[in-house]
Design a protein around this ligand. Structure first.
Ligand SMILES: CC(C)(COP(=O)(O)OP(=O)(O)OC[C@H]1O[C@@H](n2cnc3c(N)ncnc32)[C@H](O)[C@@H]1OP(=O)(O)O)[C@@H](O)C(=O)NCCC(=O)NCCS
Length: 178
């Protein structure tokens, strides 16, 4: 993610989350947070989604994660997750963690596919509706299970169809979660 991507990121942020980050939050992260890595996934020239990662000692923490509504169900989230786990591995993180709303089943299914497992609850974590956060963590990133799982996901992604844009009907955002 670069500064030029921020207008598109803001549009996706507002479409994806009921409690979006303030407009300058991504700029501040990009300009000042040396622990942070932010990625976008593009289809052609269009920013279709983004993800954020903080690398803290040996832990990789997913801070944000969203795909634009029109580009969902094209395995783009999976591609992004592979990319951020690759960064985590490259920076020698030993595990990856995140928080997700308990009710956010699409995101939970996505993370489970990549070996994230529930390890705890942060009660009333989300201030907009007091929903609990589920804390999810991977097996050690270099464990045989995770290495095999990532290789399997990477292989599956190599043969998925080209993404197709489907403009969804207008609807309120879902949730801030990662
Ligand atoms: C969650 C989200 C990132 C998924 O993005 P996506 O690009 O549509 O996901 P993918 O196409 O890569 O799907 C990967 C897997 O995630 C799960 N998944 C994705 N959307 C799902 C849905 N609507 N229902 C159930 N499972 C879903 C499935 O396991 C899917 O694999 P499958 O297609 O083999 O069933 C997207 O819905 C989104 O941006 N939601 C709003 C923001 C958000 O919730 N972010 C996460 C915060 S923690």
């Amino acid at each position: 993610m670069g500064l030029d991507d921020l207008p598109a990121v803001q549009v996706i942020e507002r479409a994806a989350f009921s409690a979006p980050w303030p407009a300058n939050a991504y700029r501040t992260e990009l300009e000042t947070n040396k622990l942070a890595h932010y990625l976008v996934v593009r289809v052609g020239d269009e920013v279709a989604g983004f993800a954020g990662l903080w690398l803290m000692v040996d832990e990789a923490h997913v801070t944000t994660f969203a795909i634009a509504p029109a580009w969902r169900r094209n395995h783009l989230a999976e591609r992004l997750l592979v990319a951020i786990l690759d960064i985590a591995l490259d920076r020698r993180a030993t595990e990856a963690t995140l928080e997700v709303r308990l009710s956010n089943l699409p995101a939970r299914r996505l993370y489970e596919k990549f070996g994230f497992r529930p390890v705890g609850i942060r009660p009333r974590y989300y201030s907009d509706n007091s929903e609990d956060a589920l804390i999810m963590t991977t097996e050690p990133l270099r464990s045989p299970e995770m290495v095999a799982r990532l290789a399997e996901r990477r292989g599956a992604l190599a043969s998925v169809a080209e993404p197709v844009r489907v403009e969804p009907p207008p609807r309120p955002g879902t949730d801030r979660g990662a």
